[in-house]
Every structure is written in C-alpha cells, then in structure tokens.
Design a protein around this ligand. Structure first.
Ligand SMILES: [Zn+2]
Ligand SMILES: [Zn+2]
Length: 105
C-alpha cells in the first residue's frame, strides 16, 4: 500500500499500543487484550508533512476516533479539544467514558 512504511511497522504499531495501554487516547476505548475496540496507530504529524514513523509521533486511537481525526483533517490531535467535534463522530465508547468525553466537549 504505502512503500514508505518501515518494514517493522507492525511491530511499531504494537509498541505504540502497548505504550498507550491499549487505550484510545481520545475517548478511552480499550482494545488489544483489554477490550474490543479496534485500535490504530495514528501519526501526529503526517508523513506527507514530514512526520516520522517514530513512536513519539504515533498515538493510539480507536477506529472511530481515528476516522474522525482524518475526516476533520486536523493534524495535531495533541491539542486537546481542538480537533474533533465529538457530537459528529459515531464513537460507541464515548458514552462509556463521559469523563474523557467531557474534556473534548
Ligand atoms: Zn476513541
Ligand atoms: Zn491516522
């Protein structure tokens, strides 16, 4: 698909998810061995804009939050509250994590 991805990309993804405790850093959904959310490793700075595949540029998001980030085309999810209109994403886990959802309202 994308030949720019490093050959150890799958193991890097695993490391990122482990570092983030298999939890979506946006809504708190749990995946891996801890829950049923499908987790993705997202590039804070996109590769197309000079971002790297290093762990420091990767963040764990669930599938729904990840899609929302890309739909919004925001590139800095670290600016909390700045990237996703939560009422517009269909994240089934938000209701389970009201504490986390509030910070983005
Ligand atoms: Zn999420
Ligand atoms: Zn992404």
């Amino acid at each position: 698909m994308d030949s720019n991805y490093p050959s150890d990309w799958s193991s890097r993804q695993k490391k990122v998810k482990r570092r983030d405790n298999h939890q979506c850093q946006n809504c708190g959904a749990l995946g891996g061995s801890r829950g049923e959310a499908e987790l993705h490793a997202h590039h804070g700075v996109p590769i197309s804009k000079g971002g790297s595949h290093r762990l420091g540029n990767l963040t764990t998001y669930c599938k729904d939050c990840h899609r929302a980030i890309h739909i919004e085309d925001r590139t800095a999810p670290t600016t909390t509250g700045g990237f996703t209109p939560f009422e517009q994403i269909n994240c089934q886990y938000l209701t389970k994590h009201p504490r986390l959802a509030v910070s983005a309202a």
